[in-house]
Design a protein around this ligand. Structure first.
Ligand code: GTP
Ligand code: CA
Length: 445
């Protein structure tokens, strides 16, 4: 189970129960999205966090054959929402885990625990998922970097030839998989998921605590009354809460992409770097290299905006987004009556944030932008950290390359069958001297 900051999802993975489970045949067979918010939102009513998982767990009981329930390991990993709750109020986060644990243990699966996973693991397992599903690991091919944009944090992970890990060990993960060594660069930026970065930007815009906030990242015609205490209720912004601010402010959209880009840039710090090169906030980042898969909110947002085609020049992408942001809110709502209003109101901001993070933050250029592919699934399985996490915990990826069989499995079956038939014929033939003679007796008259 992926207990994310914005929601929890339950994934069911399946593979043949033969001994040869090193052959990259793990598949996602079901996804259940838990109704309601992520578990970290239940800090003031922890029991409800456990209850929220029940429906998906019931579904899992239907999907996994009854006789396999007890043999099916169940893991829950929580990401940035619980990291933030743990920072702000560790006893509240413990209570949420107790409630979740109590609820999950009531089910017949082999419960293996619920925990917060580190940002490094989140990045590294996302990278493993993408490259496992692409069969790049097994075949020792060039790997694909992984870009994950969540609600509360964002991860970048890739292999770069000139990176040996010694400059910043906390950004380095080494693996030996299928006989190949990988030295992976990975970083997770807490607070730089799209929901928390929106808060950071709005906190920046409303430093003086005005009663009205004019926001270039929301459409012209958009107005909403918002609560200062809700906006500042996160460790990502809590230290910036203006004193003497009114309880509420009126949030008014003005839909100006260039101003929005400038406002988004204000959440990144580019001033100092003690390494050979940095992305932002003084974090080491080696030279970008190879192709990249960008998933979760990268995909949701760029897919909605019809901007998943990265062969379109970056300047044209920006131009399209500029026009989209300037479109009147009424018109946007009329064009997309089926989309949740919260998502709809934020696509201009989210698209601008994504382009700014990629180009200003990670240093993708007009040329290297086309190395990115926005993806949701690979061969039917969702891109995300859960598959890599599960493969690791069940020891499904061997360090050494498995002995490569001379023939694939069906080939063996045919050869063995032919040999068995030949041996049988040989056996029958070898019994020939013992056969009763059936020579014709001369008839005695
Ligand atoms: N537009 C749109 N946004 C979505 C959808 N599903 C999730 N989101 C939003 O996209 C952002 C990222 O979602 P996820 O990748 O699920 O984030 P998460 O795993 O909950 O958060 P982290 O713990 O930071 O990884 C959040 O702001 C979600 O509210 C969707 O189907 N459409
Ligand atoms: Ca996530």
């Amino acid at each position: 189970m992926d207990a994310g900051s914005s929601h929890t999802a339950l994934y069911i993975y399946e593979w043949p129960a033969e001994k040869d489970n090193n052959t990259g045949r793990v598949e996602q067979t079901h996804l259940c999205k838990v109704k309601g918010p992520g578990i970290s939102s239940y800090a003031s009513a922890p029991v409800k966090a456990g209850e929220s998982l029940r429906l998906c767990m019931e579904e899992a009981k239907q999907w996994v054959p009854g006789k396999r329930h007890h043999q099916t390991p169940l893991y829950l990993g929580a990401t940035a929402g619980m990291r933030l709750l743990n920072m702000a109020n560790s006893s509240a986060s413990d209570k949420v885990f107790q409630a979740v644990e109590g609820a999950l243990q009531k089910f017949p699966f082999s419960y293996q625990g619920a925990k917060i996973i580190s940002g490094q693991d989140e990045g590294a397992f996302g990278w493993i998922t993408v490259n496992y599903l692409d069969e790049r690991l097994k075949q020792g091919l060039e790997t694909r970097g992984a870009l994950d944009l969540g609600g509360a944090s964002t991860q970048i992970s890739f292999v770069s030839d000139n990176y040996d890990g010694s400059e910043s060990p906390s950004n380095s993960v080494t693996f030996r998989l299928y006989g190949n060594d990988y030295n992976l660069y990975t970083h997770s930026f807490l607070c730089y998921g799209k929901d928390q970065s929106l808060r950071m930007m709005q906190a920046h815009q409303s430093q003086a605590g005005p009663a009205t906030v004019l926001d270039p990242c929301f459409h012209p015609g958009y107005t909403a009354t918002k609560n200062y205490s809700v906006l500042y209720d996160s460790p990502c912004v809590s230290d910036r809460k203006p004193k003497d601010a009114p309880d509420t402010f009126t949030h008014i959209g003005i839909g100006d992409f260039l101003q929005c880009q400038a406002a988004v840039k204000s959440v990144f710090n580019f001033t100092s770097c003690k390494y050979s090169r940095c992305s932002f906030n003084g974090v080491l980042q080696p030279l970008l290299q190879g192709p990249y898969g960008a998933f979760s909110a990268y995909y949701f947002v760029m897919n909605f905006l019809n901007l998943t085609d990265t062969s379109v020049p970056l300047e044209d992408v920006k131009e399209k987004l500029k026009r989209y942001c300037a479109t009147n809110w009424d018109q946007i709502m009329q064009q997309h009556p089926e989309v949740k209003l919260k998502y709809l109101a934020e696509y201009c901001f989210s698209g601008t944030y994504i382009l700014t993070l990629l180009t200003e933050g990670y240093n993708f250029t007009s040329e290297s932008y086309s190395d990115i592919k926005f993806i949701k699934k690979i061969k039917g399985s969702d891109a995300g950290w859960t598959l890599g996490y599960m493969l690791n915990l069940t020891n499904m990826i061997p360090a050494e390359a498995p002995d490569t069989p001379l023939l694939p499995h069906p080939g063996y079956v045919s050869v063995v069958s032919v040999i068995a038939v030949l041996l049988f014929i040989l056996f029958i033939v070898s019994l020939r001297p013992l056969w009763p003679r059936c020579s014709k007796q001369p008839q005695i008259v």
